[in-house]
Design a protein around this ligand. Sequence first.
Ligand SMILES: C=C(O[C@@H]1C=C(C(=O)O)C=C[C@H]1O)C(=O)O
Length: 368
Amino acid sequence: MLHDLFYKAKNHFKTSKPFVLYRKPSESTVNGVFQKDDVLHYVEDFSKTGFIFAPFNTDDRIVLLQSDEKHEAEYIASESIKDLASLSVVQDDAQKEFHINLVHKAIEAIENAGVKKVVLSRKLEVGTRKSAFTLFDALLASYSNAFCYLWYHPKVGLWLGATPEILLRTENKQLKTMSLAGTKKVEEGKAPVWGTKELEEQKLVTDYIVAALESSVDNLTISETESVRAGSLWHLRTSVSGRLATYNLKEIIAALHPTPAVCGLPKAQAKAFILENENYAREYYTGFLGELNFKEENFRSSNRRNRENQAYKTVKNTTSLYVNLRCMQLKDKKALVYVGGGITHESDPEKEWEETVAKSNTMLKVVL
Ligand SMILES: C=C(O[C@@H]1C=C(C(=O)O)C=C[C@H]1O)C(=O)O
């Protein structure tokens, strides 16, 4: 039962032991991975099994939560959670001015320094008395097609999120990823109409992913681009899939992360711009998280005529990683909410600010 899973996680939290609770997009199972001690393990070569939590900056190390115990429970919507109200958050004028100046600076770098796209972000803080578990429950209730999680390590912190973006999924050598970018607010009853700015910035991401995978993935298939809804926002999404020539996760992740959906193009220049000009550390925001090398058992039976019923087992190696977006960190009774957006030569600074405000509502709706 979900109650028992939460109870177990709460005990882990009280005794300062690492755990993660998560539900994959459009699934009803809530999974729990529990580590028995508070050792901080790191990913070395992506060969181990566990739940990983990676920062934006690839110079920093990736945390591996060891899967000493795993439990799961079915999510049943709780009656107590009402539809989320629309929000009015007091605007932070200083942050707005800083962000708009930052966007201007990026547009200058795009016009003069050969940068094509850079994703700029900020962190906002709001007080909250709600517990991490209440917030996670609200995420589960509100965002059924997102990857919802609550992650804790006493030596790292407490993070929650509801992300719409897959970094990659592998099932043995079969690989799936996506290019997700471009943002529009949902107007109920209306289909989104995309402008060239969004179409171009999303295509940059698709082209980058295809180029990054081309040499190591066979039968690369690229879907049509479609509009997908994430809470009260629309995004553009193209799915990319294929078969890995050799199973080398380290190489594939290094080729993909950080994609221009969260960093920019060219990658090194955009990353340098971000690290130099955003006035805070992203930490795990725009990093990635999820299951690494989980074993999935499949039972198949072949009942040919009246022969003996042979059941046999195949074991699949699966990895499911998500980009850490629409997320927050809980610290000292405060929610630190992280939001950003892609800047191109067509960006309007005021609109870019508004886009970050709209994205912040995904978390603020459950916090406030
Ligand atoms: C950077 C964020 O989102 C990313 C940027 C988007 C954009 O620029 O339109 C859209 C989806 C994500 O790829 C965020 O949510 O903070």
